[in-house]
Design a protein around this ligand. Structure first.
Ligand SMILES: [Zn+2]
Length: 206
């Protein structure tokens, strides 16, 4: 799920791929987007046309578009989302106001759909390492939070600590240490007990 509160919109001006010379220099897509908006006046239809075009251009036509629905629906804090259960990509109407925001949002969600429906990615994290690699290859905007989620999912779980191993040498060393401490204790006791005895007055000679 793409979490992008509205203020992030301004950051697209600084995004490298908002630059027309970026990796997604897709003039025909951009032209189709605006042409469709003028002709169709139907956000659902525009989003659908663009999704079909992106599927051909960037996903080798492998996304099962016939079973994938595209809806433009308002969401308070998401530009887009993909539901695996209902196979719906939702795009917020605000994302339709800028081609760059629409493109990155749609491609973001299509990467989710591709990883789940084509690659059968079962990683627990929505922004999985495979999703991140694909989104990076396409050059779409990726937030720090999404990148961190993918990196944490990629990190191998810490191995459990090994069980304590007691080698023969370690056992012998432990026994030797205990013997030494006992001996030291015994010697100190012997010294302690002999000192007063040495000070004991000798009995008078007969
Ligand atoms: Zn997402």
């Amino acid at each position: 799920m793409m979490v992008n509160p509205a203020p992030v919109l301004a950051e697209y001006d600084r995004h490298p791929h908002a630059d027309p010379d970026g990796i997604l220099r897709d003039g025909s897509c951009r032209a189709n987007f605006f042409r469709a908006k003028v002709v169709m006046k139907d956000h659902d239809g525009v989003a659908r046309i663009m999704a079909d075009q992106y599927n051909r251009l960037f996903f080798y036509g492998r996304l099962p578009m016939s079973s994938l629905r595209v809806r433009v629906v308002h969401h308070p804090d998401h530009f887009g989302s993909f539901s695996l259960g209902s196979r719906i990509i939702q795009i917020d109407p605000e994302a339709m106001e800028s081609y760059e925001v629409f493109r990155d949002t749609m491609l973001h969600e299509m990467c989710h759909a591709y990883q789940r429906l084509v690659e059968f990615d079962t990683t627990g994290a929505a922004h999985s390492p495979a999703w991140l690699a694909q989104a990076q290859a396409l050059g779409v905007y990726i937030s720090e939070e999404q990148a961190r989620e993918a990196e944490e999912a990629a990190a191998p779980a810490a191995p459990p600590p090994p069980p304590p191993r007691r080698s023969l040498a370690a056992t012998l060393a432990r026994i030797a240490a205990e013997v030494a401490s006992l001996l030291a204790f015994g010697v100190s006791m012997a010294i302690a007990s002999c000192v007063p005895r040495a000070r004991r007055p000798r009995p008078p000679r007969p």
